[in-house]
Design a protein. Structure first.
Length: 305
């Protein structure tokens, strides 16, 4: 009898240990499965977000490096000491693997420092709603520079980029628009670059605005109206010349005596700038007329009868 009782206890202990072992194994398996499922969700969720703007430019690294080397070798060899590889790395580090709605000015600070360069006095040309015209003008007249004619602007012009928290860290499918989130990679970059461009201006500066825009030539919400105007330094800038251009054959919604221009002049004069405004600045209008030589707006004079 004692032997049989001992054997029964041994069997019970064995069954209990086996049961405990099975339970522990099940718990470990459950934890592992839960971890894998959670990890999978974490990796997949960012990729499921679809933004409204175009995604990162294909071959972004090659585009940025190519533009950088072209700028410092072919266009402005005096900037040959710029390190294009470091500039690319600092741009990439600003957004890769990051939430594209959570970019800060600190992310771009190293890039701004690496790519900045002096702007000669009397050459700064600002613009709003005249992008194609102003850049045709600076290409034909080397006496003026827009932001897009600086190294930073030249590299980034018409290029887009944004990150993704999951691999490969860059979203090539879509990027957020400003209306979706203010702190997206493009908006933060252009605000910082515009601020730096305005701060560097000296002497006489020019601004080309569009007098054919129905909403008004000067808009407080534009980059020029919200950032550049307020970062011009009155101690460095002596005068601001406004060139108010109208589309050839287009509506003349506003002149230099218009409401929004008066508001701009008031803002500038309050900041102690001398201001002039000219409707259809002739050198720029002649460039417009290259594409519309026979239009009545392009006639130097009319025959009197």
């Amino acid at each position: 009898m004692p032997y049989q009782q001992g054997s029964a206890r041994t069997r019970q202990r064995t069954v209990l240990l086996v049961g405990i072992a099975v339970l522990l194994a099940a718990l470990v398996l459950a934890v592992v499965l839960a971890s894998l499922l959670t990890h999978g969700k974490h990796e997949a969720s960012p990729k499921m977000l679809k933004w409204k703007d175009k995604g990162t430019t294909k071959n972004l690294q090659e585009v940025i490096l190519g533009r950088c080397y072209n700028y410092i070798t072919a266009q402005y060899p005096e900037l040959g000491d710029k390190d294009c590889l470091k500039i690319w790395e600092s741009l990439k580090d600003a957004f890769i693997y990051k939430n594209p709605c959570n970019i800060t000015s600190e992310d771009y600070q190293p890039l701004m420092e690496l790519a900045s360069h002096p702007i000669p006095c009397n050459k700064s040309l600002f613009w709003s709603k005249t992008g194609d015209l102003v850049h045709r003008y600076t290409k034909s007249n080397q006496n003026f520079l827009t932001l897009e004619d600086t190294l930073l602007g030249y590299m980034a012009d018409r290029v887009s980029w944004c990150g993704d928290p999951s691999a490969p860290g860059i979203n090539y499918e879509s990027c957020p628009k400003r209306s979706e989130c203010e702190s997206n990679p493009g908006s933060v970059f252009w605000k910082m670059a515009s601020k730096m461009f305005a701060e560097a201006a000296c002497g006489v500066v020019q601004v080309m605005l569009n007098g054919s825009v129905e909403a008004g030539a000067f808009r407080s919400s534009s980059i020029f109206g919200s950032i550049e105007v307020f970062n011009l330094n009155p101690d460095k800038v002596s005068e601001v010349h406004i060139w108010l251009m109208h589309d050839i054959g287009g509506p003349q919604s506003e002149s230099c005596s218009g409401h929004s221009i008066k508001r701009l002049i008031s803002i500038l004069e309050e900041r102690n700038f001398e201001v002039t405004c000219e409707d259809n600045y002739r050198p720029v209008q002649l460039l417009q007329c290259v594409h519309n030589p026979d239009h009545t707006d392009c006639r130097l004079c009319t025959n009197s009868t």
